[in-house]
Ligand binder design. Structure first.
Ligand code: NAX
Length: 324
């Protein structure tokens, strides 16, 4: 029997966690031969709901789930973990601006960054809680864990963009490759159709409707979250969970040859981004280390989108500079 992989999930009584946890426990993520120990973090008022989630996990009798515990203390929840899904955070309330949300949620990631020092040496951190890029920046800056172990989730944006392109081209989603999503998980992200490929061909040879690409596809990806909220009455949950698990696996499994995956990581200045920002890039794994895919080019139109999202992340950093 392999050693159990220990996974921390924060916001474990929330709706994204509810879709993610059962997959983690069932073997669907790490495989049927990999035992999993789950370690949940919640705020004190949500511990009762979390108890119910744990009852349901017990009631599933998953062979791969070898243990679980719950705490309202980050130090305890992160002790010895190999992976941490930082999902927990306060949702945006009525009338709240993005900057207000950053100020409300930022401090959570100061404490959690410090507590991650207790994790295992091979820790990988995925920040999902919004604003996830800047929360990730706060966590990494408050932690002694190597900064390349932190990433923020752009995968839901990527998955959304991939399906939209596949539907437009009338091909399966697997035919869409080399899709980058630059920048921030926000309305200013740039889902890059310019470098994408469909069935191995440049996308522009297959989807020739440039007006649709620029004026429908890009804004539809950027605002998809709001459209789901309007239709469902609450924000994306299952798709967020699947994206978080896809993201986690992309850092553990070989990147398909010739392709890449997308996540926000600490910039070292690639593509002219300020070093030290957590920026969405195309990545590939080399061994167990990721690297940014370099050498992609953008049109002036694409570069303007890229610069807009870069500026947004600079502004977010400014709002939390006392927490860094
Ligand atoms: P829920 O409100 O259902 O759950 C959040 C949970 O976090 C709650 O149970 C709450 O008690 C808990 N929590 C709050 N503060 C905490 C703390 N300090 N420590 C531990 N737990 C804490 O939200 P849910 O729909 O699950 O969304 C979670 C986060 O994911 C939100 O910030 C949301 O905006 C973000 N998302 C990020 C996405 C991305 O692509 N990066 C997409 C999906 C999602 O919108």
């Amino acid at each position: 029997m392999a050693e159990p992989i220990r996974v921390a999930v924060t916001g474990a009584a929330g709706q994204i966690a509810y879709s993610a946890i059962f997959r983690l426990a069932s073997g669907a993520v790490f495989g049927p031969d990999q035992p999993v120990h789950l370690s949940f973090l919640e705020i004190t008022p949500a511990m009762k709901v979390l108890e119910a989630v744990m009852m349901e996990l017990d009631d599933c009798a998953f062979p791969t789930l070898v243990g679980m515990d719950a705490s309202d203390q980050a130090d305890q929840a992160f002790d010895g973990v190999n992976a941490a899904l930082l999902i927990g955070s306060r949702p945006r309330g009525p009338g709240m601006e993005r900057a207000d949300l950053i100020r409300v949620n930022g401090p959570i990631f100061v404490g959690q960054g410090k507590a991650l020092n207790r994790a295992a040496a091979d820790l990988r951190v995925v920040v999902v809680g919004n604003p996830c890029n800047t929360n990730c920046l706060i966590a990494m800056r408050n932690s002694d864990v190597p900064k390349d172990r932190f990433s923020a989730m752009m995968r839901l944006d990527y998955n959304r963009a991939k399906t939209m392109l596949a539907k437009k081209a009338n091909v399966p989603v697997t035919a869409v490759t080399n899709l980058a999503v630059w920048g921030n998980h926000s309305n200013n992200q740039y889902p890059d159709f310019e470098n994408a490929r469909i069935q191995g061909r440049p996308l522009s040879e297959v989807i020739t409707d440039e007006d649709w690409l620029k004026n429908t596809f890009v804004p539809d990806v950027q605002t998809r979250g709001a459209v789901v909220i309007k239709a469902r009455g609450s924000s994306s949950a299952a798709s967020g969970a699947i994206a978080a698990l896809d993201h986690l696996l992309s850092f553990r499994q070989p990147t398909p040859a010739g392709d890449w995956f997308v996540a926000a990581v600490l910039s070292e200045g690639q593509y002219g981004v300020d070093p030290g920002l957590v920026f969405g890039y195309p990545l590939r794994l080399k061994g167990d280390q990721w690297e940014v895919v370099e050498g992609l080019t953008l049109s002036d139109w694409g570069r303007a989108k890229f610069d807009a999202v870069l500026n947004e992340l600079r502004q977010e950093r400014e709002v939390v500079k006392d927490l860094l």
